[in-house]
Design a protein around this ligand. Structure first.
Ligand code: NDP
Ligand code: OXD
Length: 307
């Protein structure tokens, strides 16, 4: 039985060592060309390899990402299980990033960075946290963890999900019918959604127009959620005041892309969370152990929903 490691070689030693220690009955294979296809039971990958059908005994495709939108489901035969990366380190990093971004926008950091380039020492009015309403798109494991970390600052917090939720201290909205009401009371919008056909392009001109004038955006989901021209137009018109973004489409953006130099966009290169190799290996090994003992794996994707 073999585990096919379809990632860059930098991560190999940590995974190979952890597999040898924890799952000695599974051969750890890094070279597709030399693997016996009939041996391969598990694959770990970022993108779906084109040739998954050549492994007749394959059972599970593990995504190294917390999201699975980068995996073309058409390339993953329907009998296979697809599992995303779930780990406490991701939760903590996403909480840190959201805190960084929310406080930066709440305290007008983009304006102060721009003022510094002009040698301007000028205080802006401060909005109290109690008057800055935060709205989180996506109330999954990461959206809820981010809310937990932001709540002590005193922001009023709401969230929007596909199905109804009850979360203490959070005003919860769900479904298309409640989307506009959610937006109308959101001064700072955080996108923590998975990218699916339903959420592609959700950060668009219509959405921005429904936010209160001068609202801001933290985007930690996926580049495909955002209509980039709509963001630039909303910033130009003042409908949005600033954006703090970790994800774009494509990644990286071309060197002449307007986001790079826009004074009211802070951009980071998809680093909100990067799962450390030892944690990623631990998560995959735990899931294989669960699977082999007939238990439920953590992060099993519902293929009909795409997340
Ligand atoms: P989960 O699957 O736990 O949660 C997803 C949430 O989105 C759920 O609350 C779900 O609603 C909601 N949702 C999905 N589709 C819709 C829809 N059509 N309408 C309304 N709500 C919807 O995901 P996680 O919290 O673990 O991760 C969220 C995303 O964060 C990832 O998919 C990825 O895109 C991004 N991410 C980004 C990283 C980065 O470094 N920038 C790192 C890790 C993740 P419901 O609860 O009703 O099902
Ligand atoms: C992601 C990740 O899904 O970095 O964005 O894990």
């Amino acid at each position: 039985m073999a585990f096919l490691f379809n990632l860059d070689m930098k991560r190999t030693p940590v995974f190979a060592e952890a597999f040898a220690r924890e799952l000695p009955h599974i051969r750890f294979v890094t070279d597709k060309a030399t693997a016996d296809p009939a041996d391969v039971r598990y694959v770990l990958t970022w993108l779906a390899p084109d040739d998954l059908t050549r492994y007749p005994n394959l059972e599970i495709v593990f995504s190294v990402g917390a999201g699975v939108d980068q995996i073309d489901l058409d390339r993953v035969p329907t009998h296979l299980k697809l599992v995303r990366m779930v780990d406490d380190s991701i939760v903590r990093m996403m909480q840190e990033y959201a805190t960084l971004a929310v406080l930066a926008l709440h305290r007008d950091l983009p304006a102060y960075i721009a003022a510094k380039t002009q040698a301007q020492w000028q205080a802006l009015p401060i909005t109290q946290a109690a008057d800055r309403r935060i709205g989180v798109l996506g109330l999954g494991s990461l959206g809820q963890a981010v809310i937990e970390r932001l709540a002590p600052f005193g922001f009023p917090i709401s969230g929007w999900s596909r199905t109804p939720k009850t979360i203490s201290g959070v005003t919860c909205f769900h479904g298309d019918a409640q989307f506009d009401a959610f937006l109308a009371q959101t001064d700072l919008l955080i996108c923590m959604l998975p990218l699916t056909p339903q959420t592609t392009g959700i950060l668009n001109a219509t959405t921005f127009a429904k936010l209160p004038h001068g609202a801001s955006l933290v985007h930690m989901g996926r580049g495909g959620h955002l209509d980039q021209d709509a963001l630039l137009n909303a910033l130009d018109s003042g409908q949005l005041s600033a954006a703090f973004m970790d994800v774009t489409h494509p990644e990286p953006l071309p060197p002449d892309h307007p986001f790079w130099r826009h004074p009211r966009i802070i951009l980071t290169p998809h680093i909100a969370s990067i799962t450390p190799s030892d944690r990623a290996a631990r998560a995959v090994i735990d899931n294989i152990k669960r699977h082999e003992s007939g238990g439920d794996m953590i992060g099993l994707v519902d293929r009909s929903l795409g997340y």
